[in-house]
Structure formats: C-alpha cells, structure tokens
Design a protein around this ligand. Structure first.
Ligand code: SAM
Length: 350
C-alpha cells in the first residue's frame, strides 16, 4: 500500500504553522518592502536584499532558505539568471501585494499577520482543548485576564490588535457605506468599540453632517487619531453609552456571550431616544451557508481563542437577542463578495 499521499498530508498538517511564522520573519526583515521599493515587477539578488538589512553581517544561508520556502509558497517568484545555481533573483508575486506596507499599500494584511502571529495571542491556542473541558475562555486561561484588559497593561499588544482591526475595517467599510444608506438621516452616531475611529471616519466622509462619537475603552481612545467630525470618548459600554440618535457596532457584539450582549444593548436602550436605532455590522450564519471553506471555520475558531465567549450568530439568534433587549429588527442588508457573511442589522427601540 502506498501511504505517501496521506503521510505527506499528515506532515503538512503538523507543520501548518510554518508558513505563518516564516512569512512573519520575512515581514520583520522587511523583505517584501525592500523588493517593492525597487519598483513594480522588480527582482533582487540575495546580496541586494541582504544589503538592505539592518546588519553588516547577515547570514545569507538562512536568508536564502527563507526566500526559497516563501517562493515555493507563492509569495516570491525566483528567476534563475545563469547556470550558477545561486545566481537567483527574487520578486513579488500577486499574493505578496498583501504583505508590504510601502506607500500605505491599501488593503495590505501585515497588521493582521502581526496580530495573529503575536506570541501573546498565539498562547491562547494552547488552551483551546481546555475550553471544551472546562467551558473557559482561552485568552483568559493563558493570561489571567481578557484581551481588552490585557491591552490596558500592554500598550504594544493593544496597538497590534487595534491596527489589525482597523486594517480589516478599511476593507469592510467601503462596502458598508456603498450598500447601506441608513446613516443618511442620523445626526449623532456613536460607534461603540470603535477602536481607532476607522469605521466612523468612512461614515462621516460620506455623511459629513453626522456628529460622530468614537466610544471605546479609555486607554484605547487616548491613542486614537484626531479626525474632523469625530469626538473620541473613553468609557466602558458595560457602564453607560453616550447618548445619540443611533448607535453603531462593528465586530463588537460577536466578542461577547448573550448575557453580556444584553447588558450592552440595555445600555444602548437607555442612551437612545424614542425610535432611536442600533445598527449592527456582524457576520450572520445561515443553515444553507454552513462553513465549507476552511477560512470560514478558522474565523469562528479565532473567536473561541480570543473572545469572551462570543460567537457568530444566525438571523434568528440576532432577532431574539435584540428583541430581548427592547429592539425590533426592521432591516437586514447584505454585502456582496468576500464580505457576503457580513450583514447590517438595523433595529429600532420599542
Ligand atoms: C474586535 S474590536 C472591533 C473594533 C472596531 N469596531 C472594528 O470593527 O474595527 C472590539 C472593540 O471593542 C472594544 N471594547 C472592549 N471592551 C469594551 C468596553 N467594555 N467598552 C467599550 N469598548 C470595548 C475594544 O477595545 C475593541 O476596540
């Protein structure tokens, strides 16, 4: 019997962490940016790349092994320049476009990689089995407190997480403001858990009449940039939420269990006038669209390892949760393409 196929597959699975961490090392060495700086479609020799590293004596053997691996993985391409096997130049493939930051490369995923491959966040994965056995939260098991409390004491981790969220928000918000027009009548909009104010920045750009309030934990809004039309307010959504005629959430309620969500939505109820609205941008799971791509189930597992008992919810679960908190769902708007699971749920205070 030939076991080579399944053996290779088993070994690939065992070493599935390698691409992430080798790519992280290439990014920390700034290699995609070094090549991008040389121009579109440029390729550089090993010596040319090495000459840009912040050391006078780089180990070229290690460097070439990293570059060879990432070429096999399709991040770099290699061109053999002569019969001499070491006469190779390295360029960036289309996939590498997500991994350099040069000239504010829009849509780059460097912050997402640096967050997910950060040792503090990776530590949670070592506790995934304990979540099953002890019904606990993996991040808290690893560090004794949740991700947001941890960020208060470790500003570097806080900024890695915040930058990563902001990167994904830039991608999602372009679609949200083009597919959903429910912001047009809003005068004051609070973005609860708004991080760096990235989502609100997109909204007030399209609707400049809106007074935006970016509400997040105090230590976090202290580092948020100052954006015209947006006021940064620090506090906890479990205590109270600033008053407004509409309250927006993006990727916040997904972090919390039912009880905590009811507490947050209860505070929204108090902060809103009669007929005030909550506008929630979150993934909605459906029976028909059970995760069939590994990336979809990966996103859900990331929630187990990083969040406080949060999860993706179905339309029924969202309706039930909002209704229990004194809101009635009036509209659900879908987005096309990559963000098709992300929906805008609009609910009115009853
Ligand atoms: C997953 S991030 C989402 C950030 C942003 N909405 C986005 O989509 O880019 C969750 C946010 O909730 C904030 N958060 C956590 N606990 C909070 C609390 N008690 N009060 C207010 N914000 C909180 C975090 O600081 C973080 O910015």
């Amino acid at each position: 019997m030939d076991y080579s196929g399944e053996l290779e597959q088993a070994l690939e699975t065992i070493f599935a962490f390698v691409p992430t961490l080798v790519l992280k090392s290439a990014i920390l060495l700034n290699i995609p940016d070094i090549i991008a700086k040389a121009g579109a479609n440029a390729s550089l020799s090993l010596d040319e790349i090495a000459s840009e590293l912040p050391t006078k004596s780089p180990n070229l053997h290690y460097l070439s092994r990293i570059l060879t691996y990432l070429s096999i993985k399709g991040i770099f391409f290699q061109t053999q320049m002569s019969d001499n096997p070491s006469d190779i130049r390295y360029g960036l493939t289309d996939s590498a476009k997500r991994f350099y930051v040069r000239e504010n490369n829009p849509g780059n995923l460097v912050p997402l990689l640096l967050m997910q491959a950060h040792p503090v966040l990776m530590a949670s994965w070592h506790h995934l089995h304990e979540c099953v056995l002890q019904d606990c939260h993996a991040f808290e098991k690893a560090h004794g407190k949740d991700l947001w409390a941890y960020g208060k004491d470790d500003p570097l981790v806080s900024s890695v997480v915040n930058d990563s969220m902001s990167t994904l928000t830039v991608l999602g918000m372009e679609q949200i403001v083009s597919c959903y027009d429910g912001f047009k009548d809003v005068k004051t909009l609070v973005d609860v858990g708004g991080g760096k104010g990235t989502a609100l920045a997109h909204i007030v750009k399209v609707y400049p009449h809106i007074h935006g309030i970016n509400f997040d934990l105090a230590h976090l809004v202290q580092t948020a940039p100052s954006i015209p039309g947006i006021e940064n307010v620090g506090g906890s959504m479990f205590d109270s939420i600033p008053s407004a005629d509409a309250i927006f959430f993006k990727n916040v309620l997904i972090d919390w269990d039912e009880e905590k969500c009811e507490q947050i939505l209860g505070n929204c109820h108090k902060a809103l006038p009669e007929n005030g609205r909550v506008i929630v941008a979150e993934n909605i799971t459906t029976e028909e669209a059970r995760p069939n791509k590994s990336i979809e189930i990966v996103a859900d597992l990331v929630m187990i390892t990083l969040a406080n008992g949060g999860k993706e919810r179905s339309e029924q679960e969202w309706k039930r949760l909002l209704q229990k908190s004194g809101f009635s769902v009036i509209k659900i708007v879908g987005l096309p393409g990559l963000f098709s699971k992300l929906k805008i749920i609009e609910a009115i205070k009853v």
